[in-house]
Design a protein around this ligand. Sequence first.
Ligand code: SAM
Length: 375
Amino acid sequence: MFYSQKSKIIDHNLTYLHSQKVFTGQYWDEFALTSSLVPDNAEVLMLGLSLGGGIRPILSGDKIISLTCVDYDSPSVNKCKSFYKEYFPEIKFKAITEDAKIYLSQCSKKFHAIWLDIYEAEAYSSLYFEQDFMNLIKSSLENGGVLLVNSYGLPNHFSPLELDGVQNHLAKFLAANFESLRSIPFRRNITFVASNAPAKIYETQPQAALNAMDKFTFKFIQQKLQASASQEITFNTESSAPTVKEYKFGEIDNQMRAQWQELRNLIKPIGISLNENKEIVMLLENQTQCAKALKHLLDINPRLACFVPILGAGESHSQALDIGWIFDWTYNNIALLKEKLNEDFGDIWLCQLWSLVIHPNGQFKAEYFKMLEML
Ligand SMILES: C[S@@+](CC[C@H](N)C(=O)[O-])C[C@H]1O[C@@H](n2cnc3c(N)ncnc32)[C@H](O)[C@@H]1O
């Protein structure tokens, strides 16, 4: 049901809709945590469908889920439907061509979980910050239902929730609308889990039909949810007014470039002088220098050290990097990393190394067993 004999990497190498892998190290892998957040026989809605990378992750647990997906882009919806029909005919979901707001305003059904993942080509959808739209979402949730929001922005080693930017503004907006808010980091994305009481976590197992590697990823994703349960996001009331504006990807990237520059300044005193941000990728391939930077950052600002697995995993999606040393380095420094990074070690560091192992290009698949020992 989850796999197809028809081709190796289906459609296009950047979609990562892989015939033999449900999980490929992309943000939509995280949609698998749905299974821990809904009861059996659940109704789940995914707003934003595109090619439907999130469909198999949503259905990868042992829950019976009736999945409805909505996207206003008719060519995307048609492509997605014919794609699943050809490659994964046993996977069942409803795909509706409609604007998310119109759909919700006309829909009388209630959902146990709603995923919000609607983006325009170069920006966040303005609906993310619209109160009327948020009210429609709230009234479409079952009692105890959860809103799951995919929020794109700064790489997580820059602690985006603590900076003045889109992910912080969105967290404030969600906190103003829900009693409970948690966040789960993934490279440049965060999944917000919003609900009216702390979300109940249900027992779940991966579907028996998944292969061993996908089963392992499924379990690892559920662990991230367990870890987030102790980290409620709160804002003091004076600073909690959400900022609403148009959030363009270009502006988010500008903010990110400034943060990389600050990171370069922090490693300069230990003799690592990088003239430009792009040299940071070269640093990743220089084990001696990069390990020196890591030790320094783990001392002064541990989360920043996570730039190595985050940048390594992110860049590996566009170019093959010689960064295999990071697996041995992690293995040899595991006690230090656990002590300095606490939950970031699993949620960010190991999560990104694992995404390198499961990447469709297979460059780091030999690290599988070392990772199993560490995870
Ligand atoms: C990042 S993609 C969604 C990816 C998808 N969740 C998956 O599983 O692969 C964002 C999608 O949101 C859709 N979109 C943007 N604004 C929308 C709106 N107002 N209503 C419905 N869909 C919208 C776009 O057409 C685009 O296909």
